[in-house]
Design a protein around this ligand. Sequence first.
Ligand SMILES: NC(=O)c1ccc[n+]([C@@H]2O[C@H](COP(=O)([O-])OP(=O)(O)OC[C@H]3O[C@@H](n4cnc5c(N)ncnc54)[C@H](OP(=O)(O)O)[C@@H]3O)[C@@H](O)[C@H]2O)c1
Length: 293
Amino acid sequence: MKKIAIIGAGNVGKVLGYALKNKGYRIIASFSRTAESRKLAAGLLECPVFSEPEKAAGEADIIFLTTPDRVIKEVCASIAAKKGFKKGQIVLHTSGAHSSEILSSAREDGASILSFHPLQTFPEFKVGLRSLPGTFFTVEGDEEAFPVAGEMVQALEGQMLSIPTDMKPVYHAAACVACNYLVSLMDIALKMYGLMDIPPEKAFESLSPLIYGTLGNIRDLGPEKALTGPVARGDVSTISSHIGKMKELVPKLVPLYRQLGLYTVYLAARKGTLNKEQEDQLKTLLGGQENEC
Ligand SMILES: NC(=O)c1ccc[n+]([C@@H]2O[C@H](COP(=O)([O-])OP(=O)(O)OC[C@H]3O[C@@H](n4cnc5c(N)ncnc54)[C@H](OP(=O)(O)O)[C@@H]3O)[C@@H](O)[C@H]2O)c1
């Protein structure tokens, strides 16, 4: 079984290291910055824990750089400067935002580089470990390292998705839209319920069947067929009444409402439920024809 070093044994490093150890991988070394974190890692990963990252990289076949995003490049470069990498090793990071290219200093020493992003959230060890099975790992970088990445994903009971290196920002933006912007949309809906003095918990409870039902429909039917509501029906006067009341009560939310509504017009047009007149009226009401999506 392959030998692994975990450089940055924080939330992700500990969870992935521990899970891979349980599947027979050998965790031969790890690094953390603080003494407290090193003690925790030593207990969980049952390996020597170093206070200098280059000492941890040593004899490993696969080196996980699971430090915060902001220092991955610098930690990698500092290990490379101390000749900590060698030919045949795989050096990877788990950031969703950055591409594998931030590890190019390791490639210069003959290592293969990857980004290996678990599309999952790891707030703490036990929760993270529990949520691993079924997780998608998005991988890009040096193709010769893909089979090893695939073996790890299989061992972790996950699924692998590979993307081109130059599309990493698009991939991460899509994940932000699906996750973070969904949170923002929900916050807006709760705020609008607040205008009727309905507290957020009650608002969410009442919206829940609609939210989860819609997600289920998107999963089962795809976005076009899942789309219902006034835009899909071409109810121009209904949309006009929304904008009128929102201008009065929450004017700052109107531009976002218009922009999302406009995107929805294009989706409804794809669905084929609008006639040309309704489509044109909605585009004019929501933002003008120049906003082609
Ligand atoms: N957490 C998530 O939900 C999640 C999900 C997917 C991907 N990721 C990615 O996984 C990576 C690690 O995230 P994480 O949440 O596991 O981070 P974390 O819990 O903060 O752990 C970071 C690790 O790096 C060490 N470290 C902190 N600052 C450092 C520095 N300046 N130089 C060297 N080492 C440093 C920490 O040591 P100490 O513990 O001693 O401070 C710790 O071992 C990031 O790239 C992140 O984007 C995270």
